[in-house]
Ligand binder design. Sequence first.
Ligand code: PGA
Length: 253
Amino acid sequence: MHSKKYFIGNWKMNGLKKDLIHLLTVEKFLKKNIKYKAANYIFCIPYTILGFGIFNKKLKIIKLGSQDISKKSSDFGAFTGEVSAKMIKDLNCNYTIIGHSESRAAGDSDRDINLKIKHALDMDFKIIYCVGESIGRFKKKQSLSYVKKQIDLNLKNNLSKTSSKNIILAYEPIWSIGSGLVPDNHYLNNFFFEIKKHLKKKFKADLPILYGGSVSQKNISILKNLKLCNGFLVGGASLKSNNFIDIIKKYYS
Ligand code: PGA
């Protein structure tokens, strides 16, 4: 059971130093109302501003995460352009996204994702592991089998009793990301039920499962009724504080 909900922002390739003001505004809002403190708030922001955010003493409730880590090594090495788990951890950053469909589309193979998960676990990160099917697979009714395969492929070497405490699963249908299209609650409830069953049967694991894909202030009042959903991974609507605050307000209204 995971009673604490997650609201995770994914800024993708967006955000300059000045945009950290949005995080400070959300933080101020959260501080004002005790009921909002019952959830985890994490923003995965670009490497370039991660340190600025983490060392800003005003950010206390909000935690920050990276959007990826290097597959090359968890430590150091001659890998131009790479940023390792150890380097991110050095910022006191404890969260990272791994396996986002945009990273997969940019070249991350299952082997790469396996390595990234291993490195992140070695450095004691909490991983937001993303899974989700294409529109083609959705239309062919292969969503569930495909996502189960993604889970098995990438978690089989990495999921143990201890590590399962450090993995958050985010189901993001690729066709839903940035499109405004969101599966209905009946579909998602059933989907989450099957995934939870699979995790339990195959890995004896009980991971929190988030939904991601076009979550916004417009649909959160519907999505909040998802019984088996432990929270949300929010892209576009996490960039501006007013939209993100609206999501939280409506979720708790
Ligand atoms: P979106 O992105 O909310 O803009 O659809 C979600 C994500 O890709 O994590």
